[in-house]
Design a protein around this ligand. Structure first.
Ligand code: PEP
Length: 256
């Protein structure tokens, strides 16, 4: 099965809504429409920018998609500061990133919480981009495969098989995020293939063959080609390099 690559730019806590407009306009101007038949491109801005991005995408009929960096596990109610999946869906989001290592680390998100967020997203027709990845000590101990496959399977617990078909997985080794230390293509392929095997074992080969598994961690235009040439790497979750319009469009064009 051929899987269309996805490049998703995670802006993290950067860019106000005016800067967001400028960056989306830059991407729209620099990446010709013909590329979108070969690669799905998404921006993942802070919550405060999403409405501005939606206005541009709808107004200019852009092929760019967008999503949120997190989503509440709750549907509604007394959860001050949280944003629900239905609110994000109403803003036209396609994706919700869940379980990013920065949220696991700074907000104590467990696999159980991440799983609830996956379910909240799916219930509202958002595609969860489920992040898994090992810290450096786990990699050095040689436990990266069991660590990441456990994170994946735990977060998917309780889902119906057809729901699992609608997720995107992102393998993001913690030691490669924002460090400039990118995983080798062989490292990325080893874990992405193992994640797909874990999906095969639990949900069957047909389903697993259709799920996109991204790599994330210091991806740039200079290293995307060799990463995406790996059989089981179906695109990238890009942090730092997604904030520069020229660099991000170059990266997307190279993935097409
Ligand atoms: C990320 O934030 O998901 C990420 C991969 O960041 P960077 O590309 O900056 O390493």
């Amino acid at each position: 099965m051929t899987r269309k690559p996805l490049i998703a730019g995670n802006w993290k806590m950067n860019l106000n809504h005016l800067e967001a407009i400028a960056l989306v306009q830059k991407i729209a101007f620099s990446l010709p429409e013909k590329y979108y038949s070969k690669v799905d491109v998404a921006v993942i801005p802070p919550f405060t920018d999403i409405r501005s991005v939606q206005t541009l995408v709808d107004g200019d009929k852009l092929l760019l998609t967008y999503g949120a960096q997190d989503v509440s596990r709750h549907a509604s109610g007394a959860y001050t500061g949280e944003v629900s999946a239905s609110m994000l869906a109403k803003l036209g989001c396609t994706y919700a990133v869940v379980g990013h290592s920065e949220r696991r680390e700074h907000h104590d998100e467990t696999d159980e919480i991440v799983g609830k967020k996956v379910r909240a997203a799916l219930k509202n027709d958002l595609t969860p981009i489920l992040c898994v990845g090992e810290p450096l000590d786990v990699r050095e101990a040689g436990d990266h495969i069991s660590h990441t496959t456990t994170q994946l399977i735990e977060a998917l617990k309780g889902l119906k098989t057809e729901q699992v078909a609608d997720i995107v997985v992102a393998y993001e080794p913690v030691w490669a995020i924002g460090t400039g230390r990118v995983a080798t293509p062989a490292d990325a392929e080893e874990v992405c293939a193992a994640l797909r095997s874990a999906l095969t074992e639990k949900y069957g080969a047909e389903l697993a063959a259709g799920v996109r598994v991204l790599y994330g961690g210091s991806v740039k235009s200079g290293n995307i080609a060799e990463l995406i040439s790996c059989e089981n790497v179906d695109g990238a979750l890009v942090g730092g390099a997604s904030l520069d319009g020229d660099e991000f469009t170059k990266l997307c064009a190279m993935a097409a």
